[in-house]
Structure formats: C-alpha cells, structure tokens
Design a protein around this ligand. Structure first.
Ligand SMILES: [Mg+2]
Length: 138
C-alpha cells in the first residue's frame, strides 16, 4: 500500500472506487489552492509541494502519484530540473507542465525534461480529467 496523504480534510466518497492521487507543484499559493479545488472536485486525492525540491523529496520518501501538475518557474528547484530528477529516479507518473509562458520554445525545453504534456495556466477541470484518462491508459 502506497503512502497517500489527503489534504484539505474533505470527505472523499469515492474511496476505493477512485484512488487516483495528484501532486500539485507550484510556488504560488493561489494557484495551488485553485488546482487543489479542481482536483478534489473530481473526487481525487491531492497533495501539494511548494517547489521542485519538495516534489523530489516526497518521492525520495516513498510517495507516488498518478498525476503530477508541475509549475515551471519556482524558487529552490524549478519545474524542468525537478522533472529531470524525477524521471532519472524512474518516476513513471504522468507529469504535466503548467506554465504561464506562451513561447513554444520554452514549452519545448520543459517537455524535453520529461513531461508528458505542457499546458497554460490556469488549468480547467476538463483538462485535469483528460490527463487522468491518459494516465489511466498508460
Ligand atoms: Mg511559479
């Protein structure tokens, strides 16, 4: 049994039916809150990390997630570096880069770090649902 932590203290009535866990990695408190609300409204478990290093440390400590929503620009460790480290550790989770930058070249660099996909902020509930379908098919 993997160690999964549920944030927010909300009741999850889909326990057993849907055990997807999502890690929201973002240095912006508001973005983390919005993304957490979207994830929990889908009945999924969510955990948060404030930067890439926290995300890597969670995995070093044995945590695993079905889906990781990874911000690009963060202090201490940015999204591309964290994504490279996670892939080097053998993490197979679906990792979606989430960025406010619209330049294709920036997305390309981030994707090459090991992302499955890169999208613009803020995420929509439909996008998160589609990522879950993809990770379910893996
Ligand atoms: Mg940021």
């Amino acid at each position: 049994m993997r160690n999964k932590v549920m944030a927010g203290g909300e009741e999850n009535n889909n326990e057993g039916k849907n055990s997807f866990t999502v890690l929201v990695v973002d240095d912006d408190t508001v973005v983390r809150m919005v993304h957490r609300m979207l994830v929990t409204s889908l009945g999924l478990k969510v955990q948060e990390a404030k930067n890439g290093k926290e995300a890597v440390d969670l995995h070093i400590n044995g945590a695993s997630f079905d889906l990781i929503l990874m911000d690009m620009e963060m202090p201490i460790m940015n999204g591309p570096t964290a994504t490279r480290e996670l892939r080097a550790m053998g993490v197979k989770s679906t990792i979606i880069g989430v960025t406010s930058c619209t330049f294709e070249s920036v997305h390309k660099d981030f994707i090459e770090a090991g992302l499955d996909h890169c999208v613009a902020k803020p995420l929509t509930i439909a996008q998160i649902a589609s990522f879950l379908l993809k990770s379910n098919n893996n």
